[in-house]
Design a protein around this ligand. Structure first.
Ligand code: C2E
Ligand code: MG
Ligand code: MG
Ligand code: MG
Length: 282
């Protein structure tokens, strides 16, 4: 009975699906040539010790500036790269670039990179890491690889084995976005992560006084402590969020409060002695 009414509702919906599919097609096509056109850049965001704010290192975050699409967020193009097998060459570029860049920093600083579950289905991934470390000269202890729980959902067992190979190389592993996915505690028993990254949603909630977020951060910190792992709170923007995280006992903090992701060149300026005041020359 409501046939024509339904048709009116469905038509624009279908049109928008077509538009989305077309947008995806264009983006995938542009993504194919992006590496050769050198359209990617790595930005680096500081990670500091919660207690005293000392710098521990940086997380590398990819940026894509495309000739026709402009700046595209990794939250949009990384999933597409994962679906279209483009993630392997892009991921290799990220790994090699981040290792080389970290060699220009003081040697106490670590670099973290994000690695997709799809990259870990490559049985040669560990040799790729070995190659990147050898080529750059970066000590394995300075490289941290961030994965999400989704790695454990693919090809049962294979990923955990690969993660063990990476640990054997001496690099560190972080479990990213903890609490947003499947969060089976079994994963924490399977793999010796160095760090659990607490997702920003809990940081925001806790600072607003939401009891669930506070309880979750407390539980994650206690669990990490007992398993010999550190915790990094993601996305702290305000002093209140920083204070809340500190009081809850997270080991590290990453967020706009301490620094936004910045180009590699800007990171280097942080290590230079400040320019002498020009008063003497005047
Ligand atoms: P992620 O690994 O969880 O990275 C943290 C995200 O939070 C980054 O977004 C970062 O810019 C943002 N962030 C940091 N501090 C704050 C804050 O105080 N407030 C807010 N609102 N946001 C903050 P970004 O750079 O857009 O990256 C989004 C996601 O894309 C990353 O989430 C990661 O999953 C993925 N990604 C980024 N670079 C790479 C890469 O090289 N390879 C792969 N596979 N994935 C990547
Ligand atoms: Mg990350
Ligand atoms: Mg994260
Ligand atoms: Mg996140």
């Amino acid at each position: 009975k409501s046939k024509d009414k339904g048709g009116n509702v469905v038509a624009p919906y279908v049109a928008s699906l077509h538009a989305q599919a077309e947008e995806r097609r264009v983006m995938e096509q542009e993504l194919r040539g992006a590496l050769e056109r050198r359209e990617f850049e790595l930005y680096y965001q500081p990670v500091v010790t919660a207690e005293d704010g000392t710098l521990n290192g940086f997380e590398a975050l990819i940026r894509w500036n495309n000739q026709t699409l402009g700046n595209v967020s990794p939250a949009r193009f990384i999933p597409l790269a994962e679906d279209s097998r483009l993630i392997a060459p892009i991921g290799e570029w990220v790994l090699r670039n981040a290792c080389a860049e970290a060699m220009r920093w003081p040697s106490n600083l670590k670099v973290a990179i994000n690695v997709s579950a799809e990259q870990l289905t490559d049985p040669n991934f560990a040799s790729l890491v070995v190659s990147a470390l050898a080529q750059s000269g970066l000590p394995p202890q300075r490289l941290e690889i961030e994965v999400t729980e989704s790695v454990f959902l693919r090809d049962g067992g294979g990923a955990a084995q690969l993660l063990d190979q990476l640990i054997a190389l001496g690099i560190r592993l972080s479990l990213d976005d903890f609490g947003t996915g499947y969060s089976s505690l079994g994963y924490l028993r399977k793999t010796q992560f160095s760090t659990i990254k607490v997702d920003r949603t809990f940081v925001v909630g806790a600072a607003k006084g939401h009891t669930e977020s506070i309880a979750i951060i407390r539980a994650v910190v206690a669990l990490a402590d007992s398993l010999g792992m550190a915790t990094t709170a993601e996305g702290a923007e305000t002093e209140r969020e920083v204070e809340t995280i500190r009081s809850l006992g997270c080991s590290n903090i990453q967020g706009y409060y301490y620094g936004r992701p910045m180009p590699a060149g800007e990171v280097l300026t942080l290590f230079r002695a400040p320019e002498p005041r020009s008063s003497a020359a005047a």
